[in-house]
Design a protein around this ligand. Structure first.
Ligand SMILES: [Fe+2]
Length: 381
């Protein structure tokens, strides 16, 4: 009996080592929904990949990515959507990848499959009342500061994590940004907890700016989206750049005016939906605040204020979570012409950085901001 256990342990260990060395970027969950989730990962060599998943780890189904009738393979960047799931259900899954040995028109050969251990996730539903969400902003790829903030979280159990823009400093190459992503995803256990990556104005800059969205998955493939977590509605908006499209820095290569107009149409539709109207609480997350500042980078240019202030003034959000200004501040409703409480997250050095915990228990909603030394402030919402 002991020999069997030893062999089983040995098998599991070698399994895990093989997975660790073949997976150059470990699995991370994206785009959570009531009926599915996206799993992304990378392999060191071109591979064929799939997901094995189920409500237990014994009776599993297979999900893989098919495009126009062809099963995706011979690639290193893997992205599989698991669909058709039940709302509010816990699922187990593992990632499976097979190195491609030969990929020809009439013959394809694969190495033995490498499989990770089983991870888990829960689909969203609109029945619960409680959640805990972690929010980072403006890290600007400063990993030591990120690590310090993570230490302050200690053993907080959370449901998902939001990176509210400018967490990637001017994306420079796929390899570099994948390294930053690996650090964030591993630190926040992204194989088990979904991470929401918002685009700030700095993800828009840099030579890899157009490639950066391929690292993430958003509902509708747009950087603005919404979902319900229990009886709370989350709305995520993308503010685009912080200077006008004609600014000399952009060399006529930005067109955010039209983008913001389309996003505003989406927002106006979102706030009419039953899932928004019937929510017990409504959380608004965006990178650039439209209140409390006047844009010193392009004085007076706050296009989202022109577009969204009239909407915000008639929409009962409970909190607007922002960043961009690199100095933590909390504004009670009305303090800065804001119709609901506004929080501006901190910056990316040890003095100004903050990690926030947004937690709802029953109908009680609390925002806590913690600095790199563990000093915390709490705000009842
Ligand atoms: Fe910013």
């Amino acid at each position: 009996m002991k020999t069997v256990h030893f062999l089983l342990l040995l098998f599991c260990c070698s399994f895990s080592v093989a997975a660790q060395s073949f997976l150059s970027l470990r699995p991370y969950l994206q785009n959570p929904a009531r009926d599915g989730v996206t799993v992304m990962w990378r392999t060191a060599d071109p591979a064929y990949s799939w997901i094995e998943y189920g409500t237990d780890s014994i009776h599993v189904k297979v999900a893989r990515t098919v495009e126009h009738g062809i099963v995706l393979a011979n690639i290193t960047r893997h992205k599989v959507r698991i669909n058709g799931l039940a709302a509010g259900q816990k699922y187990y899954y593992r990632v499976c990848s097979q190195k491609v040995l030969k990929y020809e028109g009439s013959r394809k050969e694969f190495d033995k499959p490498v499989k990770t251990r089983f991870y888990s996730f829960s689909t969203l539903d609109d029945k619960g009342t409680d959640f805990t969400c972690i929010i980072f902003n403006d890290l600007h790829s400063n990993l030591p500061v990120f690590d310090l903030l993570c230490k302050q979280l200690k053993d907080v159990a959370y449901d998902f994590v939001v990176f509210n823009g400018d967490c990637f400093q001017n994306p420079s190459s796929d390899e570099h940004e994948a390294g930053i992503l690996a650090h964030y995803t591993q630190a926040m256990n992204a194989a088990d907890k979904p991470l929401i990556f918002m685009r700030g104005n700095h993800e828009i800059r840099g030579v890899y700016a157009t490639g950066w969205p391929s690292l993430v998955d958003w509902d509708g493939d747009q950087p603005y989206f919404s979902f319900s977590f229990g009886d709370t509605r989350f709305v995520f908006l993308d503010c685009g750049e912080d200077k006008n499209d004609n600014h000399v820095e952009y060399s006529n290569m930005n067109e955010f005016d039209g983008f913001r107009n389309r996003e505003t149409s989406w927002l106006m539709n979102e706030i009419t939906q039953p899932s928004f109207r019937n929510a017990a609480r409504r959380i608004l997350i965006q990178h650039i605040p439209i209140y409390s500042w006047d844009n010193s980078f392009d004085p007076g240019f706050i296009p989202c204020r022109d577009l969204w202030d009239p909407i915000y003034k008639k929409t009962p959000f409970d909190i607007n979570i922002t960043g961009h200004l690199h100095w933590f501040n909390f504004y009670a409703a009305g303090k800065a012409d804001n119709p609901f409480p506004l929080v501006v997250g901190g910056g990316n050095d040890e003095q100004s950085a903050r990690v926030m915990i947004l937690q709802k228990k029953g109908n009680k909603l609390v925002l806590k901001a913690i600095d790199c030394r563990g000093k915390a402030e709490s705000f009842d919402l």
